[in-house]
Design a binder for this molecule. Structure first.
Ligand code: NAD
Ligand code: DAU
Length: 355
């Protein structure tokens, strides 16, 4: 058996593939366009492993996806591929529209054609799992209840709007064409291989580099943090037993204001890797201009996935964040290659491009 995983050179996709192959011998076809966020170094431990087949290419390339599906006959497609950074979407929304909306549409078209010609048994087994975000639901006020799956869509950034559009397309392909889809809407992930443009890895990197730790606005925005390996286990569980056409919210029950997260990171670093001058890392905290349209609070109600599928996160924020800081301390070479751009040079050599 085989599964096709898109965007699996990115943060969550690479964690998903590593976890998948640690637990199963089912081959993974990894389709990734290797944008700035794609880094095959994340999967270096799979070098020479025949169960991982990497294909460089876009989910928006209908012919390529159709060829891969015909050749490998996967029993499932898991779609992680996306532009994922809110700040980048504010500076330049075009790539988000192209990948998250047009790309997902073309991927769905190729999958629809493939699914249409499967035999009955293969059809019954086939799944298309779309990985989405809690940001499609918009922003909560302080005392609002957490997002359930029936919360209305109110995306506020070009990123979340493009993800919302992709969720609607996935839903429509189920209702119109009977494609066996599943959608997960997850809260903020953190953990190994997180690109250091996002809050947690950026703060760890800047702290160790002696740089400012930028806090947008008053730092009281709230996110609901989930250790990445818990997200991966939720996706595996939904793939295994989720009801077709359903959406499942995935979250860590770990709501934290950004400033608390940054203080926690500073305190762990003070303990594990103290500053040479003996001062506290929190002295590097700097307040900067807020993100335009900044969502104030996200919170996921993950009751449905627990009730229906028995999934619960294994990590608390306290255990997951300590592991994460330790991972970054142990993998400074990975961080250096990402922040210096050295990983892009290698990709350029390997794939003949310098994008
Ligand atoms: P990421 O930016 O780290 O990785 C995205 C990957 O997709 C990269 O490897 C990139 O090269 C690849 N990619 C981009 N465009 C592509 C295309 N056209 N074709 C093929 N591959 C392409 O993102 P991430 O944080 O790992 O997020 C993965 C998915 O999970 C996204 O769909 C995101 O919306 C969703 N999500 C992320 C979080 C989070 O906290 N990071 C939370 C909930 C949901
Ligand atoms: O909620 C799920 C989403 O979480 C995913 O869909 C996105 O792909 C993922 O990037 C993430 O979005 P956020 O915008 O919440 O993550 P980010 O790490 O960019 O920011 C987290 C919070 O920290 C947010 O309130 C903005 C703030 N922030 C971020 C950065 C990079 C700062 O205060 N300073 C910073 O330098």
């Amino acid at each position: 058996m085989t599964i096709l995983v898109t965007g699996a050179a990115g943060f969550i996709g690479s964690n998903f593939v590593l976890d998948w192959l640690a637990q199963s011998d089912e081959t993974v076809i990894n389709l990734d366009d290797l944008t700035y966020a794609g880094n095959l170094e994340n999967l270096a431990s799979l070098d020479g492993d025949a169960r991982h087949i990497f294909i460089k290419g876009s989910i928006g390339d209908f012919d390529l996806v159709a060829k891969l599906l015909a050749e490998h006959q996967p029993r499932a497609v898991v779609n992680f591929a996306a532009e994922s950074h809110v700040d980048r979407s504010i500076h330049g929304p075009e790539d988000f529209i192209q990948t998250n909306i047009v790309g997902t549409f073309r991927l769905l078209e190729a999958v629809r054609a493939f699914y249409g010609q499967l035999e009955k048994t293969a059809k019954n087994q086939f799944r298309f799992l779309h990985v989405s975000t809690d940001e499609v639901y918009g922003s909560l006020a302080k005392d609002d209840p957490a997002f359930t799956e029936t919360h209305q869509y109110e995306p506020n950034s070009p990123y979340s709007a493009s993800k919302a559009a992709s969720d609607h397309l996935v839903r429509a392909y189920h209702h119109t064409y009977g494609l066996p889809v599943l959608t997960t809407n997850c809260s903020n992930n953190y953990g190994p291989y997180h690109f250091p443009e996002k809050l947690i890895p950026l703060v760890i990197h800047n702290a160790l580099a002696g740089k400012p730790l930028p806090i947008y606005g008053d730092g009281q925005q709230i996110r609901d943090w989930l250790y990445v390996k818990d997200h991966c286990s939720a996706i595996r569980r939904v793939l295994e037993a989720g009801r077709l056409g359903e959406t499942y919210n995935v979250g860590g029950w770990n709501e934290k204001p950004n400033l608390d997260v940054v203080h926690t990171l500073c305190a762990i670093l003070d303990e594990l890797s103290p500053r040479a001058d003996g001062k506290a890392y929190k002295e590097q905290i700097t307040y900067v201009t807020d993100r335009p349209g900044h969502d104030r609070r996200y919170a996921i109600d993950a009751t449905k996935i627990e009730r229906e599928l028995g999934w619960k996160p294994a990590e608390t924020f306290e255990t997951g964040i300590k592991k994460t800081v330790q991972w970054y301390l142990d993998n400074q070479g990975w961080v250096a290659n990402v922040t210096s751009g050295a990983y892009r040079e290698w990709l350029g050599k390997q794939y003949g491009e310098s994008k």
